[in-house]
Design a protein around this ligand. Sequence first.
Ligand code: BES
Ligand code: MN
Ligand code: MN
Length: 443
Amino acid sequence: MSELVQKVRDVLPSVRADLEDLVRIESVWADPARRGEVQRSAEAVSKLFSEAGFGDVRIVSEGGAPAVIARHPAPPGAPTVLLYAHHDVQPEGDRGQWESAPFEPTERDGRLYGRGTADDKAGIATHLAAIRAFAGRPPVGVTVFVEGEEESGSPSLGALLAAHKELLAADVIVIADSDNWSTEQPSLTVSLRGLADCVVEVATLDHGLHSGMWGGVVPDALSALVRLLASLHDDEGNVAVAGLHEATAADVEFPAERVRADTGVLDGVTEIGSGSTAQRLWAKPAITVIGIDTTPIASASNTLIPRARAKVSMRVAPGGDAAAHLAALTSHLEAHAPWGAQVTVTPGDLGEPYAIDATGPVYDAARAAFREAWAAEPVDTGVGGSIPFIAEFAAAFPDAKILVTGVEDPNTQAHSINESLHLGVLERAATAETLLLEALGRS
Ligand code: BES
Ligand code: MN
Ligand code: MN
């Protein structure tokens, strides 16, 4: 084993302990009551990188969540690598459904459970392990950038980039916030979908009506909304909105059994849409209804509901334009209202998709580092999820090579209950990143 790989092993217990402390901080930026926790989390991250040996560490914000920028200047002639992760996490959901408390990291069967153990505090841990393996002096310039509002769509990232462009400039950008093919085989993520969402409100009446007096003569808004939402897919489950973009997925065989195993789809429930799994997951648009506001059952009475709202979220295939997709969705919703119901669409968040041409020496070096660290061949994959900031970074630094790596695996359950990190994956990901920095220092 190389000396450097041994170093990563040596620092891993301390890194894991620091990761556990980060997980104990409830850094849910989406919850206004926990913004103090996000601040505490930024302070903890900045302390970790200061103590790891970086002289220039700051907490910055531009009207949004606090982000951490930590810098180690490039040795003469060496490139600068930006290491990205996010320290905010998704809300924990129903605490009662967690097997162990969401913010108390707990190990079971080689996995560390807790909100953010994987998405994406493990990304921070990976960068910390690499820096510690080099005793704070990596052979390349390193800028660690840990943002605090990724799970909210990174609304102030553009302003942060503009305000700190010189600090953040890099030759290579490593984004440790994605998935792996399995716990034994790494992925190099080569495409991500974008995102566009909106709230659609349907109104049919200017006030509620006794359903016995008027039911069957004038429509209730919830029935109208349900029909409108049903028009978003055809019978097979393909998206039925006109004018959306479709790309071509990375050429990877995605076993059918994996869909059932990885999702927990219930017996008898079929898959939706046509085309290969990889195509539907990574290269086709998808539409999901993610919330609805209407009369709850507990207060339901025999009344025609006058208005109802739903939040509709769309994934945009690589190469598509998020704003154009939102416009297409809006037109569809406005055109398909049943029974002349009034439809109002309020636009929500937009995030651009991104596809990477993963060829050339930097990608070759990354694959070699993966191969050595994992003792397995890396797989080029797409992902169905989104990291909107990648497109913004690529626009700001058009010459930088972007590597999307990660510490998740098919059983991570990011965003859901019982999120977990596979501890073997953390070690392999940290080893790969360390070897990559070393290789970039040599080149
Ligand atoms: N780490 C994910 C992105 C991701 C998802 C990578 C699936 C690989 C596989 C990230 O934290 C995330 O959840 N992104 C959001 C972005 C949104 C809030 C704009 C997403 O995809 O919903
Ligand atoms: Mn993430
Ligand atoms: Mn996430």
